[in-house]
Design a protein. Structure first.
Length: 372
């Protein structure tokens, strides 16, 4: 195959948020960039999520990446012109052990990151049903509209000189060269950012990292109150899932109670939360199941559980569904996969469902490593 696509200092495979973050970082460093994307636009996990940059709830590398990403998110929003708000997150406590976890989390992180709320203060920020004992506000977290910001970032990068090869499949990657369905593309550095499809290019690497596909169910519903709900809203199910809360001594008791009282919800991997889109509707969810090759059949009981539990959280009888969808992201033994399978080739994947939160913080470290 002849060299039909030219060359670039950096070739990024994948135009989701991880790929775009690396394309952005390359441009910021004065490098030429080409992006190869198999679709004619991004339609994967990067546009199917809550749009919640939830760094405060993370720990370790995730917290570092997520914290570093905040300033880049703000800069990109100003440059590319998409909606971004530092609305924070409200963690809702509906049981004593959840309240205890939030108190302990506040002690660990301090008032700058965690501000405890009474039941009344929690309800002032978010319309909720009965049984709220209190909560916490995590003021540094951000929200974007993923359906808007991902294409806006791609347009902005294209305007800055990045060449996008849409509807182009990367067939093979080797040092200095990417073979695609439209020809060969020479590259100084290749960044493979294909999310859960790592195994399509490097199956042994994916197997070693235990990468599977995490399938989740999400819905968009009418806002039953018709009011602005600025912060993202999370619950005890969220505390049980996010790494930052593992530092709290009361977390094992919370997990034990949820497993005893609500085993059916723990079994479907429920992370009960919601965010409001700029049009006022609510994105709600979500459930989690894991497999290398997920079954194609949808279980209506999953959506029923999300709708029922969200309605109870909001204190309404029922919710009106506007859209339903399946999200898929890569999940591995570790939260982040950054590997060098060949000279000048980097495989980068967020394998924990926090790509929107961390991608813009990961890219600078990847490029620092390449320079080193």
């Amino acid at each position: 195959m002849i060299d039909t696509l030219g060359s670039a200092d950096v070739v990024v495979i994948g135009a989701g948020i991880v790929g775009l973050a690396h394309a952005y970082e390359a441009l910021e460093r004065g490098l030429s960039v080409a992006v190869v994307e198999q679709g004619d636009r991004a339609t994967g996990a990067s546009v199917r999520n809550f749009g919640h940059a939830c760094a405060t709830g993370l720990d370790g590398d995730g917290l570092r990446y997520g914290t570093a990403a905040r300033s880049r998110w703000a800069k990109l929003a100003a440059e590319a012109g998409f909606w971004l708000r530092r609305t924070g997150t409200v963690m809702v406590a509906r049981a004593e052990d959840e309240l205890a976890v939030l108190r302990e989390f506040g002690e660990v992180r301090g008032e700058r990151q965690v501000r405890l709320l009474s039941a009344a203060e929690t309800r002032e920020r978010v319309p909720l049903g009965e049984g709220v004992l209190g909560g916490a506000w995590l003021p540094e977290d951000m929200r974007v509209d993923p359906r808007e910001c991902v294409p806006a970032i791609a347009r902005h990068l294209a305007a800055r000189g990045a060449r996008f090869h849409w509807a182009t499949t990367a067939h093979g990657v080797e040092p200095g060269l990417v073979r695609t369905s439209r020809g060969e593309l020479r590259a100084g550095t290749v960044i493979l950012a294909t999310g859960h499809d790592i195994d399509r290019h490097f199956p042994e690497l994916a197997a070693k990292a235990e990468v599977k596909r995490c399938v989740l169910r999400m819905l968009r519903v009418e806002n039953p109150y018709g009011v602005t709900i600025d912060p993202a809203v999370q619950t005890g199910f969220s505390m049980a899932r996010y790494g930052g809360f593992t530092a709290c001594p009361s977390l094992p008791a919370l997990r034990e109670r949820l497993g005893r009282e609500r085993p059916e919800l723990v079994g479907i991997g429920l992370n009960l939360m919601f965010t409001q889109r700029p049009d006022g509707s609510l994105t709600i969810g979500d459930t989690h199941s894991y497999d290398t090759t997920p079954a194609p059949f949808e279980d209506e009981a999953l959506d029923d559980a999300v709708l029922r539990e969200t309605a109870a959280l909001l204190g309404v009888e029922r919710l009106t569904v506007l859209e339903r969808w399946r999200g898929v992201y890569g999940s591995g033994a570790q939260s982040f996969l950054i590997e060098a399978p060949a000279d000048g080739v980097r495989v980068v994947a967020v394998t924990a469902g926090v790509g929107m939160t961390t991608a813009l913080g990961i890219a600078p470290e990847v490029f620092d490593g390449l320079v080193g």
